[in-house]
Design a protein around this ligand. Sequence first.
Ligand code: ATP
Ligand code: SF4
Ligand code: MG
Length: 353
Amino acid sequence: MTTLTKTEDAPVPAGPDSFLSVRDLHVRFSTEDGVVKAVDGLSFDLERGKTLGIVGESGSGKSVTNLAVLGLHNPKSTEITGEITLDGETLTGAREKTLEKLRGNKMAMIFQDALAALSPYYTVGRQIAEPFIKHTGASKREGRQRAIEMLTKVGIPQPNLRVDDYPHQFSGGMRQRAMIAMALVCNPALLIADEPTTALDVTVQAQILDLLKDLQQEFGSAIILITHDLGVVANTADDLLVMYAGRAVERGSVKEILTQPQHPYTWGLLSSMPRLSSDVNEALNPIPGAPPSLLDPPTGCAFHPRCGFVDEVAGASCTGDRPSLALGRAAACHLNAEQKQTFFTEQIKPRLG
Ligand SMILES: Nc1ncnc2c1ncn2[C@@H]1O[C@H](COP(=O)(O)OP(=O)(O)OP(=O)(O)O)[C@@H](O)[C@H]1O
Ligand code: SF4
Ligand SMILES: [Mg+2]
């Protein structure tokens, strides 16, 4: 388990082994309709050599959190508070020049949208080589060689020819692999992979996940893996952060969360997954309702309008008090430990098969 924070509301300092530390992060966007509270008091730590999985429905703030780590939000329309440190260096409020130096070299991101991340005007090879040349001082020729090597690593056939192709000459899956090559070219110490394998077929998906594991073993990189696929997390991540409406609602080791989940939202996510053993005609159990608008999130526990356990909590705590996330293995929910255990064992576990 990585070091965990005491509560979302009163975070403790980063642990001694923390490589990336995020404390009480808030990210707000000013829009015509009002202020979007995309990330609302998030804290977590990540050690070197570890993989943290981040899961949550669409719009829960996964990408926004990680773009904040890389310093990629537009400062004119984005308000960021809290503290992010990488290897002891404070990133929040750092000068653009400092962040630029770190991006692509010490920290890199595999973006969710491969097409948007690659420029249509430059060859794939040039785009892969660019950060390598910039950060290592290699020559153009060495850069091209490195690009071919990376294209080979991510499984592009005939890499010495395809290195001169433009992104539109690549298929969707190949573009995604090219972007992965671009992110890995400088062996980053922190790699953020945002849905890195969604557009890929299962065999290539496995190759890419293996490649990330190799990178980690060779260089001790820390990885954040954002995914909708709890199966990917189960095989790849050490720890897991479950996000809902811009907040962390549960965290722990992958094993703890997959075998003994404590939060009704996590129960919903697990119950809505297709089971290998299930009949093809068996209906899935989606979480009722939809994620809230982040312009005006619900009071108290943000999950309360969709939660089937509100009546189990005395008084109006679910609607009135925001549950905090305690130290260590934790779930932000007003149910007591005994209730969490009983409801999971009696109502949820039988559904998971
Ligand atoms: N630049 C922006 N301006 C205004 N709102 C934004 C902006 N970027 C993101 N948002 C909003 O912030 C919220 C969180 O978005 P984010 O992209 O982090 O979701 P996500 O968890 O990555 O979802 P997905 O799984 O679909 O990728 C969403 O409501 C989104 O609409
Ligand atoms: S705090 Fe209340 S509404 Fe939120 S998950 Fe727990 S039981 Fe459900
Ligand atoms: Mg996203």
